[in-house]
Design a protein. Structure first.
Length: 423
């Protein structure tokens, strides 16, 4: 099969690495890709916003499957355009991608299908939102409705904080994403991520992960796209997985199909495991970054077969096998991230990765043969082990050998899970 992968992050490097292991793969193209992805794929220059150009490439090259990594092209309807042109694509339609693109859409679906989630209200003006917050009290959560690169959410511990967040949204801090605001009850518990494929009718559970969103050790400081992750999530026991499938995923698939937006692609469910059980915080309609990296380290099955089955409504004919090992990834980021940081700083030759280890590239480029950092999150140093402690020790041993003066990483990825193992 000839496959086109869209994207350029650590997530796409992990997907490319795994797709390249498939006996069914003949050629892998990636656009725009990065130097890590280039080890497994032929890089091409396609503008994902120019959907006609993507279709033309797929026709010229007889592409059998397009795998879309990030959410933006999905929300913009790339999967619709490809399907309309007869190209097989892994990823939801724009209408189905509203599950990630609009928090209000998802909350309304939860209400209609009795999916457990925090009680909420949607507001299109500040005065009403503020009156609601004053009535409900804190802690309370304020969210810009649309895509805000993970920055549109304020978990307000005081009413004052919530009122400021409401003003920020309506004053345009998140652009058009904040034109509508969702105010939601605070959920108390442990967070976990759950990944599941869907072909519109059938669900195939993948695996679980936990990530670290804050930039600093001890989960302090500003939010980021994710500073590290591990899989599986210890809090996701087989019972919790089963409840998540029954109470959250299955009604979502039914609800999306009933509404005329059957969901084909991957559900990335952000969950809070509360005293009552799993509750939905949010859906993403693509793999997590860096969660995908740890999932791919543990996947024993053929990724191409699984993604193709999701794209062709044949998920009931495949199954996914996982290693019992733990995988853990440490994100190396440019000093200053998630604020301003220098671009183009040199990275020395990467250390060789041993068995069960892999360094995925995110924001890197090659300039005159020199590897340089071009983004905020730059490398994902990943390792496996029979426990979180073991995977953590291996990942940090490898990270210590990376020669990049302008880079930094957290020193405690996986700390809660390690503490749990030691209890
Ligand atoms: P989101 O962008 O919706 O994933 O929210 C970002 C983060 O805010 C989540 O990962 C949670 O840590 C936190 N969060 C979101 N909604 C809630 C909630 N209802 N209760 C508690 N924490 C939340
Ligand atoms: N790591 C969180 C995300 O991919 O949204």
């Amino acid at each position: 099969m000839k496959v086109l992968l869209i994207g350029s992050g650590g997530r796409e490097h992990a997907l490319a690495w795994k797709l390249a292991q498939s006996p069914r793969l003949t050629t892998l193209f990636a656009s725009p890709g990065n130097p890590g992805i280039a080890e497994h794929a032929q890089l091409i220059e396609l503008d994902a916003e120019d959907q006609a150009a993507v279709v033309a490439f797929c026709r010229d090259e007889s592409i059998d499957l397009v795998v879309v990594g990030p959410e933006a092209p999905l929300v913009a309807g790339l999967a619709d355009t490809l399907r309309a042109a007869g190209v097989t694509v892994f990823g939801p339609s724009a209408a189905a991608a509203q599950l990630e693109g609009s928090k209000g859409f998802t909350k309304d679906l939860c209400a209609r299908y009795d999916i457990p989630t925090g009680a909420y209200r949607r507001f299109s003006n500040a005065a009403e939102a503020k009156a609601y917050v004053e009535r409900e009290g804190a802690p309370i959560v304020v969210k810009a409705d649309g895509l805000a690169a993970g920055k549109g959410v304020t978990v307000a511990m005081t009413v004052h904080e919530a009122l400021v967040a409401i003003d920020d949204c309506f004053d345009g801090a998140f652009g058009s994403a904040g034109a509508e605001v969702v105010v939601e009850a605070f959920l108390d518990g442990e967070e976990a991520s759950f990944f599941c494929l869907s072909d519109g009718r059938t669900a195939l559970a993948l695996a679980t992960a936990q990530d670290h969103k804050r930039v600093g050790d001890g989960d302090t400081g500003p939010n980021t796209g994710g500073m590290g992750a591990y899989s599986p999530a210890p809090v996701m026991t087989p019972e919790m997985v089963e409840r998540t499938m029954k109470e959250i995923i299955e009604p979502t698939i039914r609800g999306m199909a009933d509404s005329g937006y059957p969901f084909s692609g991957v559900f990335f469910a952000g969950l809070m495991i509360t005293a009552k059980g799993p509750e939905l915080i949010e859906y993403n309609v693509r793999f997590g970054d860096p969660e995908c990296q740890v999932l791919m380290m543990r996947l024993k099955s053929d990724l191409l077969e699984l993604l193709h089955a999701a794209a062709t409504a044949t998920l009931d004919q495949v199954s996914a096998e996982w290693s019992d090992d733990v995988a853990l990834t440490v994100v190396m980021a440019a000093k200053g991230y998630p604020g301003t940081y220098e671009k183009g700083t040199p990275i020395g030759t990467l250390p060789p990765a041993g068995d069960g280890e892999k360094i995925f590239h995110a924001g890197t480029a090659l300039r005159d043969g020199q590897l340089v950092a071009t983004g905020g999150r730059v490398l994902n140093v990943t390792a496996t082990g029979s426990s979180v402690a073991e995977a953590q020790a291996s990942a940090y041993r490898l990270a210590a050998k990376v020669d990049w003066e302008n880079g930094f990483c957290r020193s405690d990825i996986g700390w809660q899970a390690v503490a749990r193992e030691q209890r």
